[in-house]
Design a binder for this molecule. Sequence first.
Ligand code: HMG
Ligand code: MG
Length: 298
Amino acid sequence: SLPQRVRLVEVGPRDGLQNEKLPISVADKVRLVDDLSAAGLSYIEVGSFVSPKWVPQMAGSAEVFAQIQRKPGVTYAALTPNLQGFTAALEAGVQEVAVFAAASESFSQKNINCSIAESLQRFAPLMDAARQKGIRVRGYVSCVLGCPYEGDIAPAQVAQVARELLAMGCYEISLGDTIGVGTPGKTRQLIDVVAQDIPRERLAGHFHDTYGQALANIYASLLEGVAVFDSSVAGLGGCPYARGASGNVASEDVIFMLQGLGIETGVDLEQLFAAGEHICALLGRQNGSRVAQALAAA
Ligand code: HMG
Ligand code: MG
């Protein structure tokens, strides 16, 4: 049976924008975040506290946090790769952070310049600091259904990294199909393996839509009892260290599917559609959401 409620993690302002080549102004990012909260999204990943040399687009994240209109009940989160990023995030008033590891050694090196084991070591002082400050930490695992450098990834490898993140204190593990190569059968197998060690309530799905499989993978995950999904308004995005990876599954498309399944999300689809149209116009991009394309044509 399907879950009755699904929690959506809106990653558009972070995963969606991090790969954009031209600088986007702080005001435009703030507008996007505020539009998303107004549409009813209750969890928004606003930015990253990473090296500006590595991901220039996220350099203004502290300013974005300073200017957003915080709506009660909404969690505004950020990615933090190490203690330095965590400290900067706290100064900026971030309420919740996420650490990110990979199930592939090669991807870990390209993305965060260290091995998987080293990345976990770097997270340790961050986790300690977060515990002291009472800040919740979400954990990402990238390349769970395939790696741009290594190809297939064993579910057991994903499970191991996920287990370690959970043991370090992450409250939830988001399983990232970074390059969107997963298919529903593989997704179900992966969750079956990971769920041997981790309760399903602690798992989230993060599907990029490169091969058009993301919605099917979300449905497969729902059947497996996963009820938290990351998505990006207008399907914005891609990862700078995963060439050719397209955006996350579009939030509009996920919500349309969930509405059809009778699953509650609390998001106003029309308002979300408008937010997506606005940011796409700014970026000079076609809206990547099929639902948005249909609404625009209707
Ligand atoms: P490094 O070069 O190995 O780090 O980078 P370092 O500790 O040796 O420091 C080198 C320089 O970086 C120093 O500056 C530090 O101050 C600075 P310098 O002395 O040269 O001027 N530095 C920082 N600056 C700002 N904030 C920080 C920070 N840390 C060090 N937190 C590092 C290691 C992780 C920092 C780097 O590799 C990095 O920033 N990588 C960016 C990774 C990233 O943002 N990737 C995209 C997000 S992950 C993703 O998209 C996947 C996901 O969506 C899930 C999925 O789809 O699979 C989450
Ligand atoms: Mg991603």
